[in-house]
Structure formats: structure tokens, C-alpha cells
Write a protein that binds this ligand. Structure first.
Ligand SMILES: [Fe+2]
Ligand SMILES: [Fe+2]
Length: 210
């Protein structure tokens, strides 16, 4: 177990990302990911597709925010490209794409969304920042244990998901009429709970394998 922690390449992560997340991914999750390489890649593909779809829905909903629209349009394209890259890698490895139920993670965060604007948007953007940051951290944690091809791919993803985290956080600050630090702390704590709690299913964003 210590080998996993010692090998974590934190230097690949954007500054401040590990402080933004309230806890590190548990070693038990990393072990489960390495024991379930097919599930990991299939759910990873789903996450990329979902990330594109979230960006698209913001693009439709908030047409009065030019910077948000530009960023979400770029994000949707980039996430779909990641999706295609994962699917291609799966095909090369003989992994057949199939539907997987969603993990409790995103819904566990979205259930705390406030109803009134602009706070609803601010919350969605903070959650986006957390999901991107966690994905980034998990890719970095996995890299030392992967084959060269997958490690190289994930190294590239650490960079882009790290940028997405920064963009979401910047957009959240821009959309908010007041400081968002309390709200960031609130969601970071909910996120850490989901990561630390036992989970019966393994997914890219699942908790500690039960
Ligand atoms: Fe992505
Ligand atoms: Fe992303």
C-alpha cells in the first residue's frame, strides 16, 4: 500500500488542486481500479461523455454569458475528443463498450444545488471544478501503475482536466455576486465524504470499495 502513496506524481497536478480537494483518493480505490481495468476504462469513457453533456447543457441554458459559452463550447469538444480516445484505446484492448449505471458521486453533489439563480449556476460550476479536480487527482494517482500507453494518455489528461478545474472555478467566481469560499468549502466537504465512504460498486468516482 505504501508503494502506491510513494509513487503519487503530485508534481503533475496544477498548484492548489490538492488543497482544493479535502482528501486524497484512498489507496483501496487505486487497488480496485488496477484490479478492474475494463470497468475503469468503460466508466472513464462514460465520464468523458457526461462531462461533454454537462458543458452542452450549460451552453444552452446560459446564453447571456459569453465567456461561459466560449469555455463550455471548448470544453464539450475537448471532452468528446477524450471520449473518442478512450473508446479507441478500449477497442485496441478488446474491451467492449457497455452501459454502466452511474455512480452515486455526481448525484450526491447535485442534490445540494440551490434553486435560485445565479446561485444555481455558481453551485453547478463549483461541482464541475470538484469533479474535474478529482478526475485529475485520480489520473495522477494511477499513472505510476499503468502500462506506457495508458500512462502517456493519462498524463495528457491530467493537464487538460487540471485546466478544466481552473476554468470552472474561475467561472464560478465570475458568476457569483459575492465570495464563494463558504460554498466551495461546503461542496468540498460533501465531495470528500463521497470519496471516503464505503461504496458497493466500483466506478471512476466511487468511494472506498466495500
Ligand atoms: Fe476529459
Ligand atoms: Fe474535463
Amino acid at each position: 500500500m505504501t508503494a502506491i502513496s510513494a509513487a503519487a506524481p503530485d508534481d503533475l497536478l496544477p498548484a492548489g488542486l490538492l488543497d482544493f480537494l479535502n482528501c486524497a483518493t484512498p489507496d483501496a480505490w487505486v487497488e480496485a481500479a488496477l484490479a478492474n481495468p475494463e470497468l475503469l476504462l468503460i466508466d472513464h469513457a462514460q465520464c468523458e461523455k457526461k462531462a461533454a453533456s454537462t458543458a452542452m447543457s450549460l451552453l444552452y441554458r446560459y446564453v447571456d454569458r459569453p465567456l461561459l459559452m466560449t469555455k463550455m463550447s471548448q470544453l464539450a469538444r475537448e471532452e468528446l475528443l477524450h471520449f473518442e480516445q478512450v473508446v479507441k484505446l478500449m477497442e485496441a484492448r478488446g474491451i467492449v463498450y457497455r452501459h454502466l449505471s452511474a455512480s452515486r458521486y455526481a448525484e450526491g453533489l447535485r442534490r445540494h444545488l440551490r434553486g435560485e439563480e445565479p446561485w444555481r449556476l455558481v453551485d453547478i460550476l463549483i461541482i464541475g471544478a470538484l469533479i474535474e479536480a478529482r478526475s485529475c487527482e485520480r489520473f495522477a494517482r494511477l499513472i505510476p501503475h499503468l502500462d506506457d500507453e495508458l500512462a502517456k494518455f493519462y498524463r495528457g489528461l491530467v493537464k487538460s482536466e487540471g485546466r478544466h478545474y481552473e476554468d470552472y472555478l474561475m467561472l464560478a467566481r465570475q458568476a457569483a455576486p459575492a465570495a464563494i469560499e463558504d460554498r466551495v468549502a461546503f461542496f468540498a466537504e460533501r465531495e470528500a465524504e463521497l470519496i471516503r465512504m464505503p461504496d458497493t460498486v466500483f466506478r471512476f468516482h466511487s468511494g472506498v470499495p466495500a
